[in-house]
Design a protein around this ligand. Structure first.
Ligand SMILES: Cc1cc2nc3c(=O)[nH]c(=O)nc-3n(C[C@H](O)[C@H](O)[C@H](O)COP(=O)(O)OP(=O)(O)OC[C@H]3O[C@@H](n4cnc5c(N)ncnc54)[C@H](O)[C@@H]3O)c2cc1C
Length: 397
């Protein structure tokens, strides 16, 4: 396609003459702003704090394409392609590292679910192998495998520092012509689409499109504009240990915890609290039970006695079916949220998808139409990383 920037999505010139507001300077918002600016749109990104000050700056940076459903696998692969291409730009680096998902002996349903999910991943051409405990131990001697019933090893995977991605892509977006406004909290309006900046004269700025990617605040922001979306913020937790770990990234589905190598030693997490959180009033510190639980899993699985340097919580967003909301909710107003703990690793692909939607592309553009819900659905929060054992919401193992 003429004028196409291989690092960005839509063709250069596709956005000429369009005015677009992006609300939220997380991984999603900066990617969408960059792609739209490269396409020629006149983009303003509004962020109420600093760039990356939401969930993106608190993410673990585990990246993979090991999804069992075709659209997820496709977006995971596209995101990894863009992460790799970007690596070495600014502070951003992508470190190749396999990702292991495992179930313990006695957890028959989970073991069966991992075998089934790995099979479906292979159907979608994902590079995923199924191993028994012994084979896993031979492959990765740093893991303790005596109690492992089955493992799936995804090779198209790696890790990064999420803050470096957000900062680098925000810089690229600015270089491509986007205006990046921090400390700019906005309210959203519809018909016509617009935003009003708090602390400014009460003027609504009109845009051809407004993309609302405000993370945990998305539901509230849209509700104030008269749009109901079924989203629930919930806490998840992570820690960094200063003790060295030389192994793959792993997710112990029986324990519900994961870990990856980190420049300081190791990063571990999960600690999902499946209760709706208030996006303005929530506990940013890790819970004692999380530190105790994840510490136990690290000792059992990797012989790693954590030397905790820091621990924290952040907010993810859940939807009734575990799939995101990615598309139009009113004329010219689009929403992008509900990533169930997988929003960072897919941001290069989902940001690209919304940019293409804004520019009117339809063919081959991933869609998770928000219109599949009324907006007032009652639902339980399901853990993002959980392996599906009953065909309920499951995203990516
Ligand atoms: C501990 C933890 C570990 C995680 N690990 C991973 C992982 O390994 N891999 C993965 O894929 N995902 C992970 N996630 C999930 C991931 O962080 C999120 O899915 C992703 O960062 C969401 O990006 P976003 O851009 O949609 O939202 P955010 O990063 O939350 O950005 C939204 C932004 O909108 C701003 N905002 C809100 N309201 C307004 C307003 N009115 N006006 C202007 N701006 C506003 C906020 O300040 C915020 O900066 C993790 C999350 C946590 C908390």
């Amino acid at each position: 396609m003429a004028g196409r920037d291989p690092d960005a999505g839509p063709a250069s010139g596709a956005g000429d003459g369009m005015r677009v507001a992006v609300v939220g300077g997380g991984a999603f918002g900066v990617t969408a702003a960059y792609d739209l600016a490269v396409a020629g749109a006149d983009v303003t990104l509004f962020e109420k704090g600093d760039i990356g000050s939401g969930a993106s700056g608190r993410a673990a940076g585990v990246l993979y394409d090991a999804y069992a459903e075709d659209i997820d696998a496709e977006m995971g692969a596209r995101a990894l392609e863009r992460f790799r291409r970007l690596s070495g730009t600014g502070e951003f680096t992508f470190t190749e590292c396999p990702y292991v998902m495992l179930a313990r002996e006695g957890d028959d349903d989970l073991a069966e679910a991992i075998r089934g999910a790995a099979g479906r991943m292979r159907v979608h051409d994902r590079d995923v192998e199924t191993l028994g405990g012994d084979e896993l131990g031979e492959r990765f001697p740093s893991l303790q495998v005596d109690d492992v019933a089955v493992a799936a090893v995804a090779r198209n995977a790696g890790w990064t520092d999420p803050g470096s991605y957000v900062a680098t892509v925000a810089d690229l977006a600015a270089s491509a012509g986007a205006e990046i406004r921090t400390d700019s909290e906005v309210a959203v309006s519809t018909a016509p689409p617009g935003v009003a900046v708090a602390d400014e004269a009460p003027v609504t700025r009109r845009f051809d499109a407004v993309v609302v990617a405000a993370g945990a605040h998305t539901k509230r922001l849209l509700a104030d504009a008269g749009i109901a979306v079924p989203l629930k913020p919930y806490r998840v937790q992570a820690l960094v240990s200063g003790r060295a770990f030389d192994g793959p990234m792993w997710y112990d589905a029986s324990a519900g915890a994961y870990a990856r190598p980190h420049p300081a030693g190791l990063l571990a997490g999960d600690g999902t609290v499946p209760v709706e959180a208030d996006p303005d009033e929530w506990d940013r510190d890790a819970d004692d039970w999380f530190l105790a639980d994840v510490g136990g899993t690290l000792r059992d699985r990797a012989g790693h006695d954590p030397d905790v340097e820091r621990a924290w919580a952040g907010l993810c967003t859940a939807t009734p079916d575990g799939d995101p909301l990615l598309g139009e909710v009113a004329d010219g107003v689009l929403v992008a949220a509900g990533w169930q703990g997988h929003g960072f690793m897919r941001a290069p692909a989902t940001g690209e998808a919304i940019a293409r939607q804004v520019l009117g592309e339809r063919e081959g553009v991933p869609q998770f139409a928000p219109g599949r819900f009324d907006g007032d659905e009652a639902f339980e929060i399901s853990e993002g990383m959980a392996v599906d054992t009953d065909d309920g919401p499951e995203k990516g193992c």
